[in-house]
Design a binder for this molecule. Structure first.
Ligand SMILES: Cc1cc2nc3c(=O)[nH]c(=O)nc-3n(C[C@H](O)[C@H](O)[C@H](O)COP(=O)(O)OP(=O)(O)OC[C@H]3O[C@@H](n4cnc5c(N)ncnc54)[C@H](O)[C@@H]3O)c2cc1C
Length: 490
């Protein structure tokens, strides 16, 4: 087995996929101005695995490390090094690189028995899913959230039957599904999309209780893309991140899609459709990748803050240095969550291999969702108005009349105009652009909504130890019932 090259990957995207943007069907995502640079950035990830320096980090036994089922603490560390290398390639801004769901697939393969139910045995299909992706070095994406519509009603109780993906017919060789799912991050760049539900379904949601994976080019599968920040970017110089790392988010619509039985992982089973994410290591593997990327992104943002404040000659001012100290503390926190989840690894219950520790992985979601907006805010305060007072594009620098003015007035000691503008445009793309704002929303929600994961931390956390310790303190003293005027020394 060998991993794919970037070119192989790009060619795999020309499969007739139905991607829509601004009311038009996109012919070829590898060539369209809304997608092509990001597709090329992902292709570079694949090429890294062919580089003699990086291949040992990224691959194991001819497959990407994210697909390998970790058997030891050392395997988890090796997998994280692979995650980190890819994350650094986009400075943490591509969240759903192929390794994210690859880790999920490896999680299924570690505990396939959880896919076996009374009416349907999805275990062989779950194993085949993992094998197909690993051997083909495919890019799997996922849509496992029901469209928002009405959050007080279950999937089957929405205003219409087909708002949330459900099975509408059984045919020879498979099923027909109809309905929508959110949010297909990276799906327009993927090879397969897995469609399921990570939130609990209600007992009556049987028709919606299924999980399947299909190639992105499957007839009837439509991806309705959000605004493309890549298309809005003026150039790489002007929008260095959004022009190259806009991973896209799309609504997935299944318009009577035929799914062969072998691609179905769970079927008409509320319990199995839920537990496949939580009782296999799939979700914890997601967090391992995400936490590593988050750490990388904070390193990048902190580096930006250092460069910015050095350019403004404020770095050495004590309050500014202290702000950098707070950011460095956040980087260390993000790193600590990764290392601690690995160090607290556990055997997969009833399955194979090991997984990162649960309570620390779960807590990473709380930390990251709160910490990211704080870090962005901190750096915006350090940046001041320079990030706004910038020429609309690099064209002004090249203009015979404007160029000298820009060079005269937009500069800092040791930073000629071009360097300064380059730095500040990068900073604004990361901190204040629409792309940046999407990233803030991403870091807050991609793990799920806080009202769910905060409750989960209580339900699944070791609240007893905390409670017992506080109780032990209370048990160590009592009200002194002696009369205050007894005259004894108190
Ligand atoms: C940028 C981005 C990318 C994403 N990518 C993917 C992806 O690739 N695949 C995928 O499957 N999903 C993806 N998601 C979806 C993500 O999983 C969901 O956003 C997340 O699960 C929260 O669901 P929701 O957005 O429907 O919010 P909701 O569940 O509607 O919650 C929104 C807010 O409403 C309130 N609320 C709603 N219900 C309750 C309640 N019962 N009790 C109390 N408060 C409540 C809370 O204030 C909550 O913060 C992505 C999300 C974002 C923002």
């Amino acid at each position: 087995m060998v991993t794919r090259s970037g070119q192989d990957y790009l060619e795999s995207l020309r499969d007739g996929r139905e991607v829509w943007l601004d009311g038009e069907r996109v012919e070829d995502v590898t060539r369209h101005p809304a997608f092509r640079n990001t597709a090329a950035s992902i292709a570079r990830l694949y090429d890294l695995a062919h580089d003699s320096e990086h291949a040992p980090v990224l691959t194991q036994g001819g497959v990407h490390r994210a697909y390998a089922v970790p058997r030891s603490y050392e395997d988890l560390v090796a997998r994280r090094r692979a995650y980190k290398l890819w994350a650094e390639s986009s400075f943490g801004f591509l969240g759903r690189t192929p390794d994210y769901m690859a880790g999920g697939a490896a999680g299924f393969a570690a505990a396939p028995q959880l896919f076996t139910t009374d009416g349907f045995d999805g275990a062989p299909n779950a194993l085949a899913y993992h094998r197909r992706l690993a051997e083909g070095d495919l890019y799997p994406t996922f849509t496992i959230t029901n469209p928002q519509i009405d959050r007080t009603r279950s999937a089957s109780e929405q205003e219409e039957d087909d708002l949330v993906v459900r099975v509408v017919a059984e045919k020879d060789g498979g099923i027909v599904v109809r309905g929508a799912k959110m949010i297909g991050t990276g799906s327009v760049f993927g090879n397969e999309v897995i469609v399921g539900t990570i939130e609990p379904l209600a007992p009556q949601d049987v028709e919606h209780a299924l999980c399947f994976s299909v190639p992105i080019g499957t007839p009837g599968l439509k991806f309705l893309s959000r605004t493309s920040y890549e298309a809005q970017a003026r150039s790489v110089f002007d929008n260095p991140l959004s022009s190259r790392f806009d991973e896209n988010d799309a609504l997935l619509v299944c318009d009577d899609v035929f799914v062969p039985w072998e691609n179905v992982l769970t079927y008409r089973n509320v319990d199995a459709t839920f537990r496949m994410w939580w009782q296999t290591p799939a979700y914890l593997n997601f967090v391992h990748q995400a936490a590593t990327r988050f750490w990388t992104k904070l390193e990048f943002l902190t580096g930006l803050a250092i460069l910015l404040t050095k350019a403004n000659n404020t770095y050495q001012l004590p309050p500014v240095t202290q702000a950098i100290g707070r950011l460095m503390g956040k980087v260390a926190q993000a790193k600590a969550f990764v290392l601690a989840a690995e160090a607290s690894y556990e055997q997969v219950e009833g399955g194979e291999g090991v997984r990162p520790g649960k309570d620390i992985s779960f807590a990473q979601r709380i930390m990251a969702g709160e910490l990211y907006p704080q870090a962005v805010q901190e750096i915006k305060m350090l940046a001041g108005g320079g990030v706004i007072q910038l020429p609309a594009s690099g064209e002004d620098l090249l203009h015979p009349e404007l160029g000298p003015l820009v060079r005269k007035y937009i500069r800092s000691p040791g930073h000629p105009a071009e360097d300064r503008i380059k730095l500040l445009k990068l900073a604004w793309d990361a901190l204040g652009s629409e792309f940046a704002s999407r990233h803030e929303q991403y870091e807050r929600f991609y793990h799920g909504a806080p009202h769910i994961y905060l409750m989960q931390q209580v339900w699944e956390g070791d609240t007893a130890s905390c409670e017992q310790l506080a109780q032990a303190c209370l048990d160590g003293y009592e009200l002194d019932r002696r009369e205050p005027d007894s005259g004894e020394q108190r």
